[in-house]
Design a protein around this ligand. Structure first.
Ligand code: ADP
Length: 997
């Protein structure tokens, strides 16, 4: 075997790398032979010896190094265990199915294991046994005792693989766990405590968010670090899933949507547009009949702008002449010199829709229709000019100017909200199709992953789009939710010290893996030479012709009992094909990734004689299709793709489902000019020419390997675009990620701290001087302001005479105050129960972090939306976002500290202690402007039952009756964060008194 590998290996970088690994395979096999004679116990003992040794190495780098040395022996031990289980016909159950162990690692699998151990991606074709490959590096890396994770695409596979491969691990004395969706925290903790843990990416990710963003004690956390992970189907998880971040959310406090209100009007508008487009399309047909190709092209282009999925339009696109005229018109309109004309053309419609960029824009006509009295209600005002005008108006006082500006700002916000709502509704109506992008179930809109056909319950489109689709479908519109915690899959996996992945198809996306995850791809040769025949694509003019040909081909194979696996790109297409097959009375199974376990079984049977299985890309993935009796003689499994996917990778996945382990098999793709890929990204011009040259008749097909190339060029174009979109998402999320890391690290420090008082004092040490500087380090030191702040935050009862601020330097004043605050705090906590006081202190900080962090997430969401609007002003949204996000974060950290100060004396572990403390207060207070002692009334109010840890934040209104006066901001009417601060400082409210609000 090794010889065969060696023979295949020369030349490319990949091959050189593999060649360098080949001698290691020999070494593993030598050890394997040596260990054969060992009794079970001695083989097993190696695990504990290594574990013991590695546990003594504290430096992770050194640990990795030692693992490299242990590798050949450790892999040999695992292979030996597999051999023993096989020889003994070891029987067990997996997901309640009886099984017998029948595998011993092949040499190529050893190679794959090495690649995974090195933190790379191993590309191994389907059926090469990746599940078994993972056992090698998982065993090796678990020896560190720091936990090794295997990430699967669904819960079923996690359980199946944990139970299946668990046979090996337990034989060798390691523990294995498995995370499942419905597990309680205790159970999860146990699973994570195991040496090896299987689970899905979302479970791992959500556990991370709960542990770091929500748990308030170590005991509540379930995970124990991010050491080593292997991601199965790594392309599917890191690339396909990466587009929707994991979000934990709660209902938002404010809801502003107006979807219900606008829905009827938008429905009418869409109907009007449809009528208009149909009319224009008919005119186009007429123009073409009169041989006025230019006019025809222009008209059809207009239809395309207004209704990209118009039926007549699609039909005209089939005709080579018309198609060329349309392409020509389109091309010429996008020239710079015709900008005006393009604008005119758009204005003749009610709105325009761009399929590629997913955007919708109202025209003047559309705006007038929606609001005949005030079409400007849908135009963003030019705020900058308005502000300048206000500033230049000599008749206005500064106050009036501010007031006017704030009015204009509010007006603009309302306008933006309205435009946003309408544009989301237009997108919902014109670009989102039921049963393609989403399904409606139990009165809910459930997203369907376009790539995989998999439903994604619980996930929602962001930015109000989900509500817009809910409005369109007339289902309950869920409240907007507020993000409590969020992370992208990418950033979750970047937490791991070492990350590896395996898949059948990574090569085409190798650049992305390298750039974003620093993961290199190694392609592992197959165990046996591949026997698959990949036929050329068959290309048709229309979908209808294509499907007819597909059915004919299925019938052919079915007639001779050869099994066929039919791949579709959407749930809708699966159902259409199924109906067509029913008409032909061909029995078949339809899978669309709804029930993983059942599906895995159906897919496993897809290689039996005479079976026809229709499946979306994702359905039953990770399940191996074994050929039934007599099937190899019929040519093996025939894979038929009904459409080329946007990404070549997904097509390769489909192809790879046949011809495993040297089996025979064949594949063919069917394409039509009406497919989305061809319509949007096809080399339309060239295709049109080819069609003309061949003078295609109805039902006739094109087939040539050059055509495969054209299709692939289109695919590459989309891949590139999608990569850029993902990269962009990530660029934005990176900003968030750094902030999240800082906040989560701080949070964990608080949770872990044995002596939280030091953290509290750190806050005092930092926040008090900052405030003092704010009040005093200005042209005219604001002593009254400072005193007021002190007395509203701490029960110090300071007076001007007592404080004597003007006799000291700013720094001395800060030190003076710090001393006072700490002294008072010592006194307060002296009255508390010593055991409770620590949790109380932790709680004060955590509470501040959580509340403000969530607010911050909300603001960041808004910022992200906002910067895109600025994109129009020729500014790079990303740079804008980064700068503002940084400022907001600095503000957040300051706010957290101020909030801690604010709550320091307003929280107690026990009311008696608090009362005792309050009783000692009057001695601090000195006459005049000092707040008065608490009244019976205030105490009575505080005695009301409070959640033990919720603290006694003394909110009230009558300033006089509180022992600690309420900050100014509470006694004033509610002020918007961006409005000028009512204290008259001239700053925005959020940057002034509103800081801790
Ligand atoms: P992949 O995920 O690479 O497509 P699987 O892990 O599902 O492949 O394994 C495919 C099939 O090959 C399984 O049925 C498994 O039992 C079998 N298999 C894997 N490795 C071996 C081996 N070393 N010897 C025998 N059978 C194996």
């Amino acid at each position: 075997m090794v010889n065969w590998i060696l023979k295949k290996i020369f030349g490319s970088k990949n091959q050189r790398e593999l060649r360098r690994m080949a001698p290691m395979v020999c070494r593993i096999n030598e050890f394997y032979d040596q260990f054969k004679a060992l009794p079970d116990d001695d083989l097993r003992a190696k695990t504990s010896v290594w574990k013991e040794e590695l546990s003594k190495i504290s430096d992770p780098e050194e640990q990795w190094h030692r693992l490299d040395q242990v590798l050949p022996e450790a892999f040999a031990v695992v292979k030996n265990a597999a051999r023993r289980l096989k020889d003994r016909h070891h029987a067990f159950t997996v997901c309640d199915q009886p099984m017998t162990w029948d595998m011993v690692h092949f040499d190529v699998q050893l190679l794959g294991g090495m690649v995974l151990h090195r933190g790379r991606i191993a590309e191994m074709a389907t059926g090469e046994g990746k599940t078994l490959v993972a056992t090698l590096p998982l065993y090796l890396n678990a020896l560190t005792g720091r936990g090794a994770h295997l990430v699967t695409v669904n819960d079923y596979l996690a359980r199946r693989d944990a139970e299946w491969m668990g046979q090996l691990y337990t034989f060798l004395g390691l523990t294995v766990g498995c995370i499942q969706h419905d597990q309680e925290p205790d159970m999860r903790r146990q699973q994570y405590a195991c040496d090896i843990t299987y689970g899905t990416n979302s479970e791992f990710g959500f556990d991370y968010l709960r542990d770091n963003g929500m748990a308030t004690t170590r005991e509540q956390q379930v995970q124990r670090g991010y050491h080593y992970a292997i991601v199965d189907e790594v392309d599917s998880i890191l690339i396909d899933e990466a587009r929707t971040p994991l979000i934990i959310s709660g209902p938002s406090t404010i809801s502003t949507h107006q979807y219900d209100k606008w829905k009827p009007l938008i429905e009418q508008l869409v109907r009007k547009q449809t009528m208009l487009c149909n009319r224009v399309a008919s005119e186009a047909v007429e123009a073409f009949e009169k041989s006025d190709v230019e006019l025809g092209g222009r008209l059809v282009f207009k239809v395309k702008l207004g209704q990209p999925r118009n039926k007549q339009l699609l039909r005209m696109m089939e005709d080579p002449d018309k198609r060329r005229a349309i392409d020509k018109a389109e091309l010429s309109f996008y020239q710079d010199t015709r900008k005006e004309e393009l604008f005119q053309l758009k204005e003749e419609l009610f709105f325009t829709i761009d399929e590629k960029s997913n955007e919708a824009d109202l025209s003047e006509q559309g705006r007038t229709f929606l609001n005949p009295d005030d079409p400007n209600a849908f135009v963003l005002p030019d705020l900058i000019s308005e502000f300048t005008e206000i500033d230049l108006d000599p008749s206005l006082s500064d106050e009036e100017k501010d007031k006017k500006k704030s009015e204009r700002q509010q007006h603009c916000d309302a306008q933006a909200e309205r435009i946003h709502n309408i544009s989301q509704l237009l997108r919902a109506y014109c670009l989102f199709e039921k049963d393609v992008q989403y399904v409606v179930e139990d009165n809910k809109v459930v997203i369907v992953d376009e790539f995989t056909g998999r439903k994604m319950p619980g996930r929602r489109w962001s930015d109000g789009l989900h509500q817009a689709v809910e409005a369109k479908e007339g289902v309950q519109i869920d409240r907007e939710t507020q993000t409590l915690a969020t992370i992208t899959i990418q950033n979750y996996f970047r937490l791991y010290q070492k990350l590896a992945g395996m898949t059948g198809t990574a090569e085409t996306e190798a650049a992305e893996f390298h750039d974003i995850y620093k993961l290199d791809v190694n392609v592992i040769p197959t165990n046996r030479p591949v026997q698959r025949m990949d036929h050329n694509d068959r290309i048709y003019k229309t979908r209808r012709e294509k499907y007819n040909a597909v059915i004919a081909e299925i019938k052919d194979h079915h007639a001779k009992q050869q099994p066929v696996l039919v791949g579709t790109v959407s749930v809708e297409a699966s159902e259409l094909l199924s109906r067509m097959l029913k008409r032909e009375k061909i029995p078949h199974n339809v899978l669309n990734a709804k029930f993983h376990m059942q599906e895995a079984e159906i897919v496993a049977r897809a290689g039996q004689p005479g079976t026809v299985t229709i499946s979306t890309n994702m359905a039953g993935r990770g399940t191996d299709i074994k050929l039934g009796f007599g099937v190899p003689e019929l040519g093996g499994l025939f894979v038929l793709g009904t459409e080329r996917h946007e990404a070549r990778r997904i097509d390769r996945q489909l192809r790879g489902r046949c011809a495993r382990q040297g089996d025979p098999g064949a594949s063919r793709f069917y394409v039509s000019f009406e497919d989305d890929l061809m319509r949007n990204f096809g080399a339309a011009d060239r295709m049109t020419k080819i069609m003309e040259r061949f003078g295609l008749e109805e039902g006739q097909e094109l087939e040539h390997r050059w055509l495969n190339k054209s299709v692939e060029t289109a695919q590459k174009r989309v891949e590139q675009r999608n990569y850029l979109i993902r990269k962009r998402t990530l660029d934005f999320d990176d900003v968030m990620n750094m902030q999240r890391e800082v906040v989560y690290t701080y949070r964990n420090e608080v949770i872990d701290s044995e002596d939280p008082r030091t953290l509290i004092y750190e806050v005092i040490d930092e926040a008090v001087p900052a405030k003092v500087t704010e009040f005093l380090e200005i042209d005219e030191p604001n002593y009254t302001g400072l005193i007021h702040w002190v007395n509203t935050t701490f029960p110090l009862g300071l007076t001007q005479e007592k404080a004597q601020f003007d006799t000291r330097s700013v720094n001395e004043n800060a030190q003076f105050l710090i001393g006072k605050v700490k002294e008072a705090y010592e006194r307060k906590s002296g009255h508390e129960e010593p055991t409770a006081v620590k949790s109380l202190e932790r709680y004060i900080i955590l509470n501040a972090i959580d509340r403000l962090w969530q607010e911050h997430l909300y603001a960041m969401d808004a910022l992200r939306e906002g910067v895109y609007l600025r994109g129009y002003a020729q500014k790079d949204p990303l740079i804008e976002y980064k700068t503002e996000a940084y400022d907001m974060f600095v503000e957040l950290m300051a706010n957290i500290k101020n909030e801690v100060l604010h709550n320091l004396f307003r929280s107690t572990s026990n009311l008696q202690a608090f009362e005792n403390f309050l009783a000692t207060l009057p001695q601090f207070f000195l006459k005049e402007d000092a707040p008065t002692a608490p009244t019976a009334n205030a105490l009575a109010r505080m005695r009301q039952p409070q959640p033990a840890m919720a603290g006694v934040a003394m909110d009230g209104d009558g300033a006089g009756e509180m022992p600690v006066d309420l900050p100014v901001r509470r006694s004033l009417p509610k002020v918007g964060r961006n409005e000028p601060c009512p204290c008259g400082s001239g700053k925005k409210y959020k940057n002034c008194c509103g800081r801790t609000a």
